[in-house]
Design a protein around this ligand. Structure first.
Ligand SMILES: [Zn+2]
Length: 174
């Protein structure tokens, strides 16, 4: 059904594809009332100081040491300004294998969208947990999300709220 004043026309919510329609209706309500950004700022007041590649490497290594000691070491961790649209992942992980001294060695890399430099601390934690989990689980399946929740028990709430935050930062300033 379409209607001239259908709220979904005004707020297409590309970051929230797949969530339940009634939840999306609530989000559209908050946007229409101009309340979404304020609610998120209140819920996530803490910023972080992880602004350089060095600081990010240390941050990721620390989380990895705490939860995923057995995973192979990371060759590189970087902020990437090219990761920023809804079509791109917000983080990537890669593993480049090459033969070194007769042994097959994998160089593992994690890249985090540069927009997380300005994100609340909890959202940086969420995306790092997500990419760390991919060191063990490739697909977004049950095992993957179980590992995410092991590292961040509030993972699902954080992912939803991150999507709200990405939505809010693209709304026209009112
Ligand atoms: Zn993923």
């Amino acid at each position: 059904m379409t209607h001239a004043s259908d709220a979904s026309d005004a707020f297409p919510l590309p970051y929230l594809t797949g969530y339940a329609p009634d939840l999306l209706a609530q989000v559209r309500g908050l946007i229409a009332d101009g309340r979404l950004s304020g609610i998120l700022a209140q819920r996530y007041p803490d910023t972080h100081e992880v602004r350089t590649e060095r600081a990010l490497y240390d941050y990721v290594s620390d989380l990895k040491a705490r939860h995923m000691k057995s995973a192979p070491p990371l060759a590189k961790v970087a902020y990437d300004p090219r990761l920023q649209t809804v079509r791109n992942a917000l983080g990537t992980h890669s593993s480049v294998s090459r033969v070194q001294g007769g042994k097959l060695k994998a160089k593992r890399e994690i890249r985090i969208a540069a927009l997380f430099k300005e994100a609340p601390a909890d959202f940086l934690r969420m995306i790092v947990v997500h990419e760390l989990a991919h060191l063990k689980e490739r697909e977004h399946d049950k095992a993957f999300y179980a590992l995410c929740r092991h590292m961040a028990p509030d993972y699902h709430q954080l992912e939803f709220d991150l999507r709200l935050w990405l939505t809010a930062r693209e709304l026209p300033a009112s």
